[in-house]
Write a protein that binds this ligand. Structure first.
Ligand code: CIZ
Ligand code: SF4
Length: 362
């Protein structure tokens, strides 16, 4: 949550109190001025700043009015009176905010801020899958662009994916685009899965859970049909990372995200959405953790739990989240860049899949 301070000196002393154990002092000194300026300007402009859990600590703990995961932030922002929302996160997140807040100006303080999962599937891909698997309901992860949500029956998050799948009165579900999330959901619900994807030529391919190609004609036996998208951050964690940590720190509690491989999820003690991971560490009586997720989120959890010993693998930073800087945020506030715009009929179709999800559960 945003720090309440007037001027650079007071801002710096509040930043030191919160962050001196995770951010070097030289960096805090440089960033305090930007933070003070952003906090003053956002009041002047009556803008609401949202901070995703993956923002770097010097931003996450200083300027956002609300922090959390993508859907939680988009939903909370829609309930506020602010007419400008600045989403410190990646593009699909800012789009989700716009889907829910069509009358507000939604800004993304970056030029691109993509996501390997969102980029892995297009609306054409979804249409091709619907043709190949006619009548099968389509559930898409929130990490997709509005065009893809518009082709879906339901949206879902990593917290409610199991609940959404179980609520459907269908033997089969297209569950897109995260292969690992789909396999983890299949594991949790006891469902069988095949994984569809696209060759370089653009042709659709379908493989069994082990990766062996299936014949062109669907035999109708699998329960879930996934897609070959992956989070370029969470796919990097390995069972060996966990084995090494356990050998070095016996009793360490390992937590990860369901965008990691099923092997990593099985080897960890807990897997959950970003919001659930934050809560898990807070509530756990344990003292030692290995957090296998985006590196800055690990830093943010460390900042909030100074009494716990938390390890993370800091080579793994999301390059897309890393595009959001305090400098760009200041520019965004000053110059209204980059505004998210969605064509109204597309927005409405995307909204339907989000609203159906909300009607099922969280
Ligand atoms: O939806 C989000 O915010 C993401 C990317 C992950 C999560 O588990 O919260
Ligand atoms: Fe996408 Fe993974 Fe980066 Fe999240 S961490 S924005 S899922 S690439």
């Amino acid at each position: 949550m945003a720090i309440e301070a007037v001027g650079t000196a007071e801002t710096l002393s509040k930043m030191r109190a919160l962050l001196s154990h995770v951010v070097p002092d030289a960096e805090l000194q440089i960033k305090a001025e930007l933070v003070a300026e952003i906090n003053a300007l956002k009041k002047e402009r009556n803008a609401l700043i949202l901070g995703h859990n993956y923002m770097e600590p010097a931003l996450f703990h200083t300027v956002p009015d609300l922090v959390g995961d993508s859907l939680g932030l988009a939903r909370e922002a829609a309930r506020t009176h602010y007419d400008t929302i600045i989403f410190c996160g990646v593009r699909f997140m800012a789009e989700t905010a716009k889907i829910l807040s069509p009358d507000k100006t939604v800004l993304l303080p970056a030029k691109e801020a993509g996501c390997s999962l969102a980029a892995s599937i297009t609306a054409d891909d979804v249409r091709a899958l619907k043709e190949r698997f006619p009548g099968v309901p389509v559930v898409v992860y929130v990490n997709t662009y509005a065009e893809v949500k518009a082709e879906a029956d339901y949206c879902c998050t990593s917290s409610n994916a199991v609940e959404i799948i179980q609520s459907l009165k269908s033997d089969r579900v297209l569950f897109l685009p995260d292969e690992y999330l789909a396999k983890n959901v299949a594991e949790e619900t006891g469902k069988t899965i095949i994984v569809a994807g696209k060759e370089d030529s653009g042709a659709l391919t379908v493989k069994d859970a082990g990766g062996a190609p299936l014949p062109a004609h669907d035999n109708g036996e699998s329960d879930l049909i996934g897609w070959h998208g992956r989070c370029e951050v969470h796919e990097q964690f390995t069972v060996e990372d966990i084995t090494n940590a356990r050998a070095q720190f016996p009793g360490i509690e390992v937590i990860t995200h369901p965008e990691s491989s099923p092997e990593v999820v099985a080897a960890a003690d807990y897997s959950g959405s970003t919001t659930r991971m934050v809560q898990y560490v807070k509530d756990s009586p344990k003292k030692h953790f290995l957090i296998l997720t985006e590196c800055s989120m690990g830093d943010n959890i460390i900042a909030e739990n100074p009494e716990k010993e938390i390890a993370r693998i800091c080579s793994v930073r999301c390059p897309h989240m890393n595009e959001i800087t305090l400098e760009d945020l200041l520019l965004s506030l000053r110059e209204n860049v980059t505004e998210i715009e969605l064509e109204e009929s597309l927005r409405k179709r995307a909204l339907t899949s989000v609203e159906r999800m909300i009607a099922v559960g969280r």
